[in-house]
Write a protein that binds this ligand. Structure first.
Ligand code: ANZ
Ligand code: ZN
Length: 812
């Protein structure tokens, strides 16, 4: 019978389904592995990126199951979000109907890949039962002061009609639709992630060697911790008067307190309250006011592209140490949202301040000795009163202490990280469970009323927030005083759902009605032993999920510090060097691939064609090659004569059989390293291919039996259908799965093959006893190569142990 993947795969998929073969045990005693591939968004169809992600995850899950671990390998759906609403607008489908029908379709597609997922733990994040617990967490966070509502300038995408988190703005454009992002003042809900900045930064240490270092660096830069001095600039008398007594002083943050005596001007953000006051009260020249407003309307990215630009605000401040008067400007490079939105400028020692001072002819004062200006290196202070002569690296702490002693300022830490804006003005999301009451203000919904579900009868037009436009949904009573009140119509950012799903899977589904996260289950299953997903989530999802883990820990839901113990970031799937995407029309449909070659081929190809972290280039002939290998493996079942591992006497074997055995055991030896350390599945597969070729060059039935037994074991996590089928047909199944032992005797060689190179060319081979000396090897090589040495004299002799002899020659 020839290899028929569709028959074999259907048979085993049904069997696995019927037996519920991949449910973890309820017992929390056994050694465990939690293997998690990032869950998919139910866009409608699987793409090759999914196949790769899930093939990698499944290989881990099946490998550890074979080693008798209790394995949790779940799947679910990241199911809220914009595309569902776009489908509603474009095709008139209800987001809920669109989402759940996509899930049904994609679940079938996943099934045809033979992935060993737990079926009882599957959920979609739009399930009301999931929303219910998420809303509870949100309320708890509010009660703990970690969540607040505030009106601020936000990133607004007009195309998506919603606010975006800073993390979702890429080069000034919306990460989803690429539309240019605008700044807009509006109220929203924020999570105080800055409160956890130090914890998030510090714990990156624990992940070293377990996460790609590039991801750790990106997270650390994103958090962007810097230490320095915070102090206040007092406004001059004249300036206070100009500002009608509304302002006395403002705060600045500097990482270079050592340069304090070199301050020659100060600059405020265009959004700074003082700049605003001057603008709004007509205290600036109209042409300057106009230019400032132009800057206000630009995004940070646009401002950066413009080059340094600023305007004298006509006010001054007093230098805190010298008492000198300093001009105050507004400048487009000062960010409103960082360090108080104001800076002390030191043109002599900062590139940016130097450029600005040069452009506007502001004074430049050197306070660190050195050569050219700006001088941005370490050195000794000058022109700095009692600190003159101190090394600038030492002066930092001394000047901070000086400020602190005189209550002029304090040493502080600042973060680039902004608090996480979680409000979205969209329908297809989890409602933020708050109520606006005229008497009580902002009131959280009562926990017993959760979930606050979405209304189904909505009109989705793309104009405005459908919840806001719904005629009745937002009318409610205040949970506190019982008077008429209005429900919040913002919904949660979908990244909130993916921040805690790892805990939901870990919670035994028998408890899903009663708890969001079961503490004992969570403590047993987490951290995730192997997390697999795209590098595009290096900041967003991974930072939020780490943050949620810490918050939920502090709220008492579990005792885990880090959610994802080990992280593998898979590379992209490319076609002709470009990312596969619908818009480029260069996608390969996994369904068609599975239909033509079978799931095992699809899986083998994705794991063989490249190491998992590298990009994977689509290649038709590699797919063919994967298929041929599986077919050959299948066809060799005839060679197997025993039903279990035979006893083999190494001394009776032919040279070819010994070599085949070496190749088989080399593959076996590789296996645990590949699954547990290097993840280089491609090398394990290549080793199996070599072993099969070597087996083909000999005819010992025991060697075939042993070789097939071992290879079926090694390949089962990668191509589970055909290997399980063959194991069932050929072997006593119970034995398969036991940890195989590497037999060292196999590698003891009675002779070593040396390639003999003469004059740079491979000429012949010699077989040497492993104990042969260098001289003996050289002598044998010269004898075997005699005819190529005729008329030549040897100028150099090299013996590479266990490999080759190289004789360099010239005509004699
Ligand atoms: C004076 C100075 C002198 C500075 C010098 C640097 C070099 P990081 O490391 O990124 O935290 N700064 C402070 N607030 C700012 C804002 N809202 N927008 C733009 N720039 C701001 O950078 C902190 C430094 O960036 C601060 O130290 C401040 O300039 C500037 F030779 O103060 B520095
Ligand atoms: Zn009330």
């Amino acid at each position: 019978m020839s290899y028929n993947p569709s028959e074999i795969e259907a048979k085993w998929q049904k069997k696995w389904d019927d037996e519920q073969a991949f449910e973890p045990s309820d017992s929390l005693e056994q050694k465990k592995k939690y293997i998690l591939s990032m869950f998919p968004f139910p866009s409608g169809r699987l793409h090759m990126g999914h196949v790769r992600n899930y093939a990698i995850g499944d290989a881990f899950a099946r490998y550890y199951r074979k080693q008798d671990f209790n394995v949790l390998h779940p799947i679910g759906w990241d199911a809220f979000g914009m595309p569902a609403e776009n489908a509603a607008i474009k095709h008139g489908r209800h987001p809920k109907e669109w989402t759940y029908s996509n899930i049904d379709y994609m679940r079938k597609e996943l099934n045809t890949l033979g992935l060993s997922f737990s079926k009882t733990r599957e959920f979609a994040t739009c399930d009301p039962l999931y929303t219910k617990w998420e809303q509870e967490f949100i309320i708890k966070m509010f009660e703990e002061g970690l969540l607040y509502r505030e009106s601020t300038t936000v990133n607004w995408c007009e195309e998506c009609h919603t606010v975006l988190a800073n993390e979702q703005v890429e080069e000034g454009c919306c990460w989803r639709c690429d539309n240019e992002v605008q700044l807009k003042e509006m109220p929203g809900y924020y999570l105080d992630i800055i409160k956890y900045a130090d914890d998030l930064l510090g714990d990156l240490k624990q992940l070293e060697g377990k996460w790609p270092s590039q991801v750790l660096t990106m997270q650390s830069n994103w958090i962007g911790k810097s230490q320095g001095l915070e102090f206040e600039f007092e406004l001059s008398k004249m300036s206070k008067a100009k500002l009608d007594g509304n302002f006395d002083k403002y705060t600045v943050f500097t990482t270079r307190p050592d340069t304090i005596y070199g301050v020659t001007y100060s600059a405020l953000a265009v959004e700074h309250p003082i700049t605003k006051y001057l603008l709004e009260n007509d205290l600036l020249d109209s042409d300057i006011a106009e230019k400032i407003i132009t800057i206000t309307n630009m995004t940070e990215i646009e401002r950066a592209k413009e080059g340094k630009e600023g305007y004298d605000l006509g006010i001054t401040v007093i230098h805190p140490l010298t008492g000198k008067e300093i001009p105050v400007w507004t400048a487009n490079f000062v960010l409103a949202s960082y360090g108080g939105g104001a800076v002390m400028a030191v043109p002599a020692h900062d590139e940016r301040d130097f450029e600005f001072a040069s452009k506007y002819e502001l004074p430049i004062k050197r306070v660190i000795s050195g050569d050219e200006l700006p001088f941005t290196f370490e050195g000794v202070l000058e022109n700095s009163a009692e600190f003159t002569g101190v090394k600038n690296t030492d002066a930092k702490a001394q000047i901070i202490a000086h400020f602190e002693e005189r209550s002029l300022g304090k040493g502080t830490t600042n973060y680039k990280l902004r608090n996480w804006g979680i409000s979205r003005q969209r329908y297809w999301g989890a409602p933020i469970p708050f109520v606006h009451c005229d008497s009580c203000g902002l009131v959280p919904e009562k926990v017993e009323n959760l979930p606050i579900a979405l209304p189904e009868d909505v009109e989705i037009t793309g104009e405005g927030n459908p919840l806001e436009n719904h005629p009745t949904w937002k009318n409610c009573t205040c949970p506190q005083c019982g008077k008429d009140a209005k429900r919040e119509t913002d919904t949660l950012d979908t990244f909130v759902q993916s921040s805690w799903y790892q805990f939901r899977y870990a919670t035994n589904p028998k408890k899903w009605n009663d708890v969001g996260i079961d503490k004992e289950d969570a403590n047993y299953w987490l951290g995730v032993d192997q997390y697999i997903g795209g590098i595009e989530h290096a900041i967003l999802h991974l930072l939020y999920a780490r943050f949620f883990t810490k918050v939920l820990r502090d709220l008492g839901y579990h005792d885990i510090n880090e959610p994802f113990e080990n992280l593998l970031t898979q590379g992209m799937v490319l076609m002709d060097g470009a990312k596969m995407s619908k818009s480029k029309g260069n996608t390969v449909d996994p369904d068609a691939l599975v239909e033509k070659y079978g799931a095992d081929t699809a899986r083998l190809f994705t794991l063989f064609a490249a190491p998992p972290a590298k990009e994977l280039e689509w290649n038709d002939s590699a797919v063919e090659g994967a298929f041929r290998f599986i077919k050959k493996l299948y066809d060799r079942k005839e060679k197997v004569t025993g039903t279990t591992l035979p006893d083999i006497d190494q001394s009776t074997l032919s040279k070819e059989s010994k070599l085949a055995r070496v190749k088989v055991y080399e593959a076996l030896q590789k296996s645990s390293d590949v699954y547990e350390k290097t993840f280089a599945f491609n090398t394990l597969i290549a080793a199996c291919m070599e072993a099969l070729n070597a087996l083909d060059k000999q005819d010992n039935a025991d060697i075939w039996t042993e070789g097939m037994y071992i290879m079926l074991n090694l390949l089962e996590p990668i191509i589970p259908h055909v290997t399980t089928e063959l194991s069932e047909v050929l072997f006593v199944r119970e034995n398969l799965g036991a940890i195989l032992e590497v037999k060292e005797e196999v590698f003891v060689q009675d002779s070593i093959l040396y390639v003999v190179m003469i004059g740079g060319k491979k000429r012949t081979e010699i077989e040497m006893n492993p104990s042969a000396s260098q001289d003996e090897i050289l002598a044998a090589a010269k004898e075997a190569g005699a005819k190529w040495l005729e008329g030549m004299s040897i100028v150099k002799e090299i013996v590479v142990p266990n490999k080759l002899v190289n004789l360099a020659v010239k005509p004699s």
